[in-house]
Design a protein around this ligand. Structure first.
Ligand code: PBG
Length: 327
């Protein structure tokens, strides 16, 4: 009888040994909480397809941000839901617009403890739900949209956002916003580019969360799910345009792209565990088909293992609590 020369099980014999040889670690500071704030409501509104996630009032948002800061979470990414929408998304660069007002409130309240971040995209603010302004033929006008993004970026920086999340997938958006910020003196405002953002089914619950007006899809600007090399190319282009951080989104179906981008660029790489990923695990757990905490922790660890330096996740506060418990 011959015996194995290599016994990998040796390093799995006890929790203490396993902890010592664990390759990948997550920390609360690597988690970012996406949060929705809605204009004109007096009580938070539950989002049916995202159990546990709500559209906040300004007040409940403030409380959620304080809770996130206390949990040690790294940042909060704000999405605004305006009362009134129009063709060009006027609420986006209005200093009184809900997203800018919320950013200002949080910058004052928790700005020292949390990195206050704003979504820089027009889709919540347009009455047609597209991420940009439209041409006469109904297509999204790339270069006219860049002017709107530049104005939106300056308004967000002026409101007090530390980091702008450019999620619109227009060509040249990083350069356009960087130039506008620098011209206005906001040289330290950080640009995080959603470089590889894929068009697909996993944003479904988010559309409910922001009361999306979109008919049709975003396939003329978001990436085709079959394309990994193109995602890497987008990330390289964004770094060249001045992105401080790049992101891959969604996370779990695109871990290969995440690993490729991580291997290619040397700026921080983030991943967005999106609404559909959240809803899947919550639904399975709610039915008793999967261990909720185990699945959430494993999903976050997997995203980190694939190369994410930080993760946007709706479980940020809860997961941060578990991480602190484990130490
Ligand atoms: C666009 C934007 C979307 C998400 C974040 N930013 C929606 C979309 O592209 O349709 C989706 C996030 C999620 O699903 O959790 N502003």
């Amino acid at each position: 009888m011959s015996f194995p020369t290599h016994r990998p099980r040796r390093l799995r014999t006890s929790p203490a040994v396993r902890r010592l040889v664990r390759e990948t670690h997550l920390a609360p500071s690597q988690l970012v909480l996406p949060a929705f704030v809605r204009e004109g409501i007096t009580e938070p509104v539950d989002i049916g397809s995202m159990p546990g996630v709500r559209q906040h009032t300004l007040d409940s948002l403030r409380r959620a941000a304080v809770e996130a800061a206390e949990a040690g979470v790294g940042g909060i990414m704000l999405f605004g839901i305006p009362e009134v929408r129009d063709a060009i998304g006027s609420g986006a660069d209005d200093p009184e617009g809900i997203l800018n007002v919320a950013a200002a409130a949080l910058a004052a309240e928790v700005g020292d403890a949390l990195v206050v971040q704003t979504d820089l995209c027009l889709d919540e603010f347009t009455d047609h739900g597209h991420c940009g302004v439209l041409r006469a033929d109904g297509g999204v006008d790339n270069d006219a949209t860049l002017e709107r993004y530049a104005a939106m970026g300056v308004a967000q920086a002026r409101a007090g956002a530390t980091l702008l999340g450019l999620s619109g997938m227009m060509d040249g958006q990083v350069a356009a916003v960087r130039e506008a910020l620098d011209t206005e003196g906001f040289i330290d405002t950080i640009i995080m580019a959603y470089s590889a953002k894929y068009a697909g089914a996993f944003y479904g619950p988010f559309r409910e969360a922001v009361d999306s007006q979109l008919k049709g899809d975003r396939r003329t600007y978001q990436l085709d799910p079959g394309n990994a090399r193109e995602g890497v190319r987008e990330a390289i282009a964004d770094v060249e345009e001045g992105a401080d951080i790049v992101m891959v989104k969604p996370a779990m179906p695109y871990l290969d792209v995440l690993a490729d981008v991580r291997a290619t660029v040397d700026v921080p790489v983030w991943a967005y565990q999106v609404s559909g990923e959240y809803a899947m695990i919550e639904a399975a757990a709610g039915n008793g088909w999967i261990d909720r905490r185990g699945a959430i922790q494993e999903s976050l660890l997997g995203i980190r293992r694939a190369g994410a330096d930080a993760i946007l996740t709706y479980w940020a506060v809860e997961a941060a609590g578990w991480l602190r418990e484990a130490h």
